[in-house]
Design a protein around this ligand. Structure first.
Ligand SMILES: Cc1cc2nc3c(=O)[nH]c(=O)nc-3n(C[C@H](O)[C@H](O)[C@H](O)COP(=O)(O)OP(=O)(O)OC[C@H]3O[C@@H](n4cnc5c(N)ncnc54)[C@H](O)[C@@H]3O)c2cc1C
Length: 377
């Protein structure tokens, strides 16, 4: 199928596209990768306006709800659905938790009114103290004050799910670092018998770079069967590889990329045998995984979701659209100074997922030549 780069990259202005092309080239080249990643991260920490504007143009749907609404409506014109994500990260305090809650309520109300917003995204760290999640993950006892704080976390999730339930909106819970994520996943899984009885209102995330994820998948499935609920599952490879490795001690991630890939594919195979109970959302830019999903005989008759991140794999998103599949773009928004950790992670991703971005950059180059050639004619 002929790819129409004009359509795929229509939302990027030419300077943003040139920036995307150059940085991706630097970040995916073995000689320039480490050096350019270090410089970009250091420079970005000083928040130069021009650089923030370019990066914002690629990866962020907007700084306010109104801006992200506009970005989602533009994607809807092409038939792309969106999952909106409040991307502020790293603010580990009650003021921030309450602000995130308020934003999530607004997102739920917005999604209830729109047809192109099938999910609202939430991140565990936006609603509770990371040290507390870590203690709960390690099953350490809590003192009186920590117990109060934990009850507040539980109540924030309940309030989100109650509101989503009353507005008929779906919530997707992102997965974060392995040293505190299990407490959040266990908490959410324990709420599924109540909220997911009739439909998969809550979707949990599985990170296939973690060695224990097949066991966790099996456990979730057993719970779904035992308690009779629909298991919503987003399947990703995992975004915190470098951080997980830097964290030290027990290494929870696979050592090699091919092991993560096989876990991803094993997960697809496991899920497709159990579609009566599991509703999957396959989140990936990996073309081999995409082909495996779309060509799977058992998936052909099931409307599964396949998602990419805003600013990544646009050619894949359109390929899926042309094949009439259900595509959902992860669309983050938030004040740029609060979304910086998210943006840095996305940049780091370019340096890790090299083959994917090299392939994408060939199309970006094609689009740039098309624009320059057209102008010079
Ligand atoms: C819609 C959407 C939602 C997402 N939500 C989340 C989320 O909630 N939580 C989260 O953690 N991530 C999330 N991600 C990011 C995701 O985990 C990946 O980082 C990203 O999609 C790149 O992986 P890929 O499947 O596209 O494929 P590829 O580009 O083929 O794979 C890159 C990935 O492979 C793994 N990998 C690379 N090198 C090695 C190695 N040496 N050893 C072991 N593994 C390796 C890493 O996970 C790396 O990110 C999301 C992605 C999408 C598209």
């Amino acid at each position: 199928m002929k790819i129409n780069t004009g359509e795929i990259y229509s939302r990027y202005n030419t300077s943003t596209l040139i920036f995307k092309y150059i940085t991706t080239n630097l970040l995916t080249h073995s000689i320039t990768r480490t050096f350019s990643l270090r410089i970009l991260k250091r420079y970005l920490a000083c928040r130069p306006a021009w650089l923030l504007k370019l990066i914002h143009g690629i990866y962020l749907g907007g700084q306010s709800l109104a801006e992200v609404d506009l970005a989602a409506s533009r994607l809807a014109q092409d038939g792309v659905c969106c999952a909106i994500d409040y991307a502020a990260e790293g603010e580990n305090n009650t003021k921030h938790f309450n602000l995130a809650l308020k934003n999530t309520f607004q997102l739920i109300d917005m999604a209830a009114r729109a047809e192109n917003l099938p999910f609202v995204i939430i991140k565990p760290s936006a609603f509770g103290n990371i040290e507390l999640y870590t203690r709960m993950t390690q099953r350490q006892p809590l003192n009186a004050e920590q117990q109060i704080q934990w009850r507040k976390i539980v109540s924030r999730y309940r309030r989100i799910f109650d509101r989503a339930s009353s507005r008929n909106v779906n919530i997707m819970v992102d997965a974060e670092q392995s040293w505190f994520q299990p407490a959040a996943s266990r908490l959410v899984l324990a709420m599924m018998p109540f909220y997911n009885r009739h439909r998969p209102l809550i979707t949990l995330t599985l990170q296939c770079y973690l060695r224990d994820q097949m066991d966790f998948l099996h456990y979730c499935y057993q719970q779904a069967c035992n308690y009779g609920f629909h298991l919503g599952l987003k399947v990703v490879r995992g975004a915190y590889l470098e951080e997980e490795r830097r964290h030290g001690g027990y290494q929870p991630c696979f050592a090699e990329k091919w092991q993560t890939d096989s876990c991803y594919h094993e997960t697809i195979d496991y899920i497709v045998q159990r579609l009566d109970r599991i509703t999957p959302f396959f989140a990936t830019h990996n073309e081999e995984s995409i082909d495996r999903i779309i060509n799977h005989p058992l998936l052909r008759h099931h409307a599964v979701w396949i998602g990419q991140l805003y600013g990544f794999g646009d050619h894949i998103t359109y390929k899926l659209l042309y094949a009439r599949l259900r595509v959902c773009k992860y669309l983050p928004y938030g004040p740029i100074h609060l979304a910086l950790p998210y943006l840095l992670r996305r940049i780091e991703e370019n340096a890790i997922a090299t083959p994917t971005f090299k392939a994408e950059n060939r199309l970006v180059k094609q689009e740039l030549s098309r624009r320059f050639f057209r102008r010079s004619k």
